[in-house]
Design a protein around this ligand. Sequence first.
Ligand SMILES: [Fe+2]
Length: 184
Amino acid sequence: MTREQAWQLVQEKVKGAFLKNHLLASEAIMRALARHFGEDEELWGLAGLVHDIDWETTETEPKQHGLIAANWLSSAGFPAEVVEAVKVHNHMTGLVPRTLLEKTLWCAEELTGLIAASALVQPDKKLASVKPSSVKKKFKDKAFAAGVNREIILKCQEMIGLSLDELIDIELKAMQEIASNLGL
Ligand SMILES: [Fe+2]
């Protein structure tokens, strides 16, 4: 399974530009986190890139989110570690993330939404203008990007040993590196 093939599958299954950007951002942060942990960057990047591939399909049945994706990915020949990480990442299913990859995807991808929203309120709407401190401030302001589940993100501390500050640093940098692909 190559990155090219994975992106092809995303194009087939995902219509919305917003969701595609979330997947690209998730790929970037998962690669950066793999680097941080000395894990397989390609593998973790794949998991980030496809993790919400069934989001639009499961909009009316959110408990199926992740499960349908896992079926698609498994038929398409994705590595079992990626299939499992995608399957358990939906917080609503109650499935328990076990491996470092599964735990990281579970708690870390939620922050990409807050970082993207933090860029959009900059005068130039650019990620380059976002500072870690401003993401932290937005994190504490519950009314800002209210759909972003702060509790999940904070679980990264106990699950993968990363504080909020560390997580913001790693993810903001990773997203800034691909800012033009994200239109930010
Ligand atoms: Fe996601």
